[in-house]
Design a protein around this ligand. Sequence first.
Ligand code: DMJ
Length: 914
Amino acid sequence: MSEAGGRGCGSPVPQRAPWSLVAATAAFCLVSATSVWTAGAEPMSREEKQKLGSQVLEMFDHAYGNYMEHAYPADELMPLTCRGRVRGQEPSRGDVDDALGKFSLTLIDSLDTLVVLNKTKEFEDAVRKVLRDVNLDNDVVVSVFETNIRVLGGLLGGHSLAIMLKEKGEYMQWYNDELLQMAKQLGYKLLPAFNTTSGLPYPRINLKFGIRKPEARTGTETDTCTACAGTLILEFAALSRFTGATIFEEYARKALDFLWEKRQRSSNLVGVTINIHTGDWVRKDSGVGAGIDSYYEYLLKAYVLLGDDSFLERFNTHYDAIMRYISQPPLLLDVHIHKPMLNARTWMDALLAFFPGLQVLKGDIRPAIETHEMLYQVIKKHNFLPEAFTTDFRVHWAQHPLRPEFAESTYFLYKATGDPYYLEVGKTLIENLNKYARVPCGFAAMKDVRTGSHEDRMDSFFLAEMFKYLYLLFADKEDIIFDIEDYIFTTEAHLLPLWLSTTNQSISKKNTTSEYTELDDSNFDWTCPNTQILFPNDPLYAQSIREPLKNVVDKSCPRGIIRVREESFRSGAKPPLRARDFMATNPEHLEILKKMGAASSIDAEDGLRFMQEMIELSSQQQKEQQLPPRAVQIVSHPFFGRVVLTAGPAQFGLDLSKHKETRGFVASSKPYNGCSELTNPEAVMGKIALIQRGQCMFAEKARNIQNAGAIGGIVIDDNEGSSSDTAPLFQMAGDGKDTDDIKIPMLFLFSKEGSIILDAIREYEEVEVLLSDKAKDRDPEMENEEQPSSENDSQNQSGGQISSSSQEVDLVDQESSEENSLDSHPESLSPADTDNAASLSPSEQTSNPTENHETTNLNGECTDLDNQLQEQSETEEDSNPNVSWGKKVQPIDSILADWNEDIEAFEMMEKDEL
Ligand code: DMJ
């Protein structure tokens, strides 16, 4: 036990405690419980933990090796096409691309992961490459937030471990603070972003030209997200303290001070976006996920790293507000900062999965266990955490870019509880990654967790964070070559040494507002929990908290409140107006509508329900013509089902959601546009025909290939470069005539996804695919052949890659004409266009009728969750009537405005933060 631990972690940390003590004590909190466990979930043997640790190492090699081999020096690997993502050379993905600064992002983000994973030699090589190859002076506009957490953080994490290794005396003996010099250079490049009266940074900066000069092409933005402005202090303070240049810490503190000043004073919450000039909140919704998350994280961690009480006081004030308004265990729901009893959304985003980990650091274990358990059940249902999911656990946004937040929380919960259950959770994460995200050339983000389709994307945070947390989860102290407890994790999981708290502290108080009241000990309650107190004689503590939530996701009934109301109508009250019965010409209906939300909480409930039903009704009507996306899975060697492409469905032909999938080898049709009788029926007979989009109706193509004996068809977009990453997916409509004669399944692929199949044909000739509504598990027989068994396996597996040079496929009958390219934008097509396409908006893509059916059955049994929520809201009402009425009574126009905000919020979410 360390000296710090010995002095009693459970007792409140004394005021003005020496920083090193505070930091070390906090770190101690995370480790001491691992020995507490004595019963409960089956313990995991050392052998099994080591086996899983080795599996993580092998997976890292596969991801990092493929990046280095096929993408470096590009910023990221595109794991489906097996090449580097170079900004400007790929179709823009919008704000997501602002992380890419042509500075070998993935290499820098991976530096300290190499050391944690015990790959010291590789680390040494990687540092040399960074120093030799990376240019920080590119004429490219990047996100200040992403550049700070990934690049500045990556360089500082690399430096921290480089000096640690140098001191050990074996590796890095040549190192002379070069990474730190680069970090400083980058720090100075970011500083012009802070040139605002508020001190909040601009969201973007040009690495070469800074801000506002005409060449900079940035500097006109007025808003930034709270996390974007509030997630700088760890990296900037570390830079100041490592170098002695105080300016960085000063700027980061000033931005934090401003955010604190602008908090909503009665709720103590902050909004999602803020005007960097006026300080007005632009988006007034507030949660712990996208747009805000790491602002809270950095307040608590700034206290741990810098030992400054003011950060803890701020964190505790916000935390109280979060627990009062946002936390509805196991849910965390966004609210309005001015009306904090009013939920701002009916869905949660995946970024909030870091919060249980932060709660562990805070010492509030119970809600951490509850939220983590709820998230795990969502994962068990969909294999990954969808980007957004509703309060009744339906998929709201089906993407999953291999985010690490849930693994992070799992690691911290294991450290806090020592419960082997969390090791099993980690094992499931590993299995799912290998089963669903692993492709021959790396790991691909999930485009749709329901279909299992992939996106050509492997974000750098996957290497910076995911492998670190998974490896550490299974590692014992002796598996790591340094003491991880001497470091704090940044939001990107970069490691900063805790000794920084006592180095170059002179600036720490200079810019801090001095309005804080003297702290009393209660501010520190539970900040550093003594696990002996948390788990008094009860090693099953965590399990006992999880137990009541066991089926929270599967058995959940949506909208418990509605059910309660229906009970009361059975007892005689007049039933409310239902949206499906509403007639705008009926004066009684109009009268009822007017009353809704104005008179009482019951009317308000009716109003709210009416609005929900209206929205559902209209989306249901749309859905009647809308089909969910489908999957094309490449099953032949060397893909073995690992590559899954998102495909648009057809409104005619075999419905893949009702029938068994169709499996077959692919063959290009002649003519390639499939607009006349095929001249190569022998080639497509019994196969899945590939046809190019354009020249005639989709249905006509389907008939021609069906007549030639094809068992299915894939229409490939003729608009070069189109991709489901950047264009909304659509379904192929019929030709206005009876299409019952078309019996085969037809799917649509954008050009980029189509070229993956075309390239595979060029490289492997025989390519077999599976057309289905959802990717199927990989063929076990094939799987066995492909099991990695040696160090070379990652290389063997990358044999499945498609070389970038094979992009130009010489296909027969390329008849694309200028007219054809006009129909490249599905949303602008009219029925008069040749191919008849009905567009699917991104939100429609995520609404799966099957799932709706599964979770919106109001006749189903009430769940624990519903009861809990109901009970909880009743308790709140009892104890504070004003508060509960405030939550329920809301006029209809405000409900409408909120719905609009909700929709906007959904659209904005990806913009705020990656
Ligand atoms: C990471 O870059 C960081 O963890 C950030 O704070 C939030 N999002 C990503 C990973 O999801």
